[in-house]
Ligand binder design. Structure first.
Ligand code: 2HA
Ligand code: ZN
Length: 270
């Protein structure tokens, strides 16, 4: 067996959590990541049949039965992942229709998976139904997007259009737009189901007055999605109180989409 700490999935996870912390998106224990991995990626580094312990999930996710996930642990701080990956992360396989997670590695202090495990797993199931290559769900608390949910209309079309207008790149990066959930109690199956429902039509879901969820094919892509939306929110907060002398028009947004052969969310351009 190779040293699991040198596995690409672990070094990338460590790099991403450190980067997210450095961006100020994951204060204290804020934020969580889940990354679906194939058995062939894991088997050089661990015996996938050696189960450390079982963790009941409290929900069902039949379409994810037997799937492997690398996840952050509940109560764990992103800033500490690099110092002790084995304590702060867990590698597991879903079993019994999703009702149990078999821990294969990590969470060495007896810890549990992220409190947002329902939202993560239900979002994976929703995204996989749309894109079979979807692998990552990432949640964090970026300041500008969060701030925007206090002062901007939470209508999804209006929220997305504002972000698209803030930087030319936005419509290229998230032509599917941003969906928005009103404030809900976090860490529950209910917010998990609501997030997954929103994930059917967009890879970004804002949780008003809380943060954002992103989904994508790899950590870089998903990080980049959130990074781009957060940058747009930052521009919005810099200009929202000033007289608006220019914008990116719908015609220009359509030109960008046509040029790149992207299909913007249906009906979201005038
Ligand atoms: O626990 O971000 O939403 C970390 C969180 C909860
Ligand atoms: Zn959160």
């Amino acid at each position: 067996m190779n040293d699991i700490l040198s596995a690409p999935f672990l070094t990338e996870m460590v790099r991403t959590t450190a980067n997210m912390y450095a961006h100020g998106w994951d204060e204290r224990n804020g934020g969580n990541i889940s990354w679906m991995l194939d058995e062939s990626e894991l088997s050089p580094y661990l015996d996938v049949n050696a189960v450390v312990r079982d963790l009941p999930t409290g929900f069902e996710a039949p379409s994810l039965d037997g799937r492997y996930f690398l996840v952050t642990g509940t109560g764990k701080y992103f800033k500490n992942v690099a110092h002790d990956p084995a304590k702060n992360l867990g590698l597991l396989r879903l079993a019994d229709g999703g009702r149990n997670a078999r821990l294969l590695w990590g969470l060495t202090d007896g810890g549990k998976v992220t409190s947002e495990f329902p939202a993560h797993m239900m979002s994976h199931a929703a995204r996989l139904a749309v894109d079979p290559l979807s692998r990552v769900v990432l949640h964090c608390h970026p300041s500008n997007l969060l701030a925007m949910t206090y002062v901007h209309d939470l209508d999804e079309r209006a929220f997305t259009r504002t972000l698209w207008q803030m930087c030319t790149e936005c419509i290229m990066v998230f032509p599917d737009g941003v969906n928005v959930l009103p404030w809900m109690l976090c860490g529950t199956n209910e917010i998990g189901q609501a997030t997954a429902e929103k994930m059917k039509t967009a890879r970004l879901v804002v949780w008003a007055q809380h943060g954002i969820y992103g989904a994508g094919r790899d950590l870089d892509e998903t990080f980049g999605l959130i990074e781009t939306a957060e940058k747009a929110a930052e521009i919005y907060l810099k200009i929202a109180h000033l007289p608006r002398l220019a914008t990116i028009t719908d015609d220009q947004l359509r030109q960008i989409a046509d040029h790149l052969r992207l299909i913007p969310r249906d009906g979201w351009l005038d």
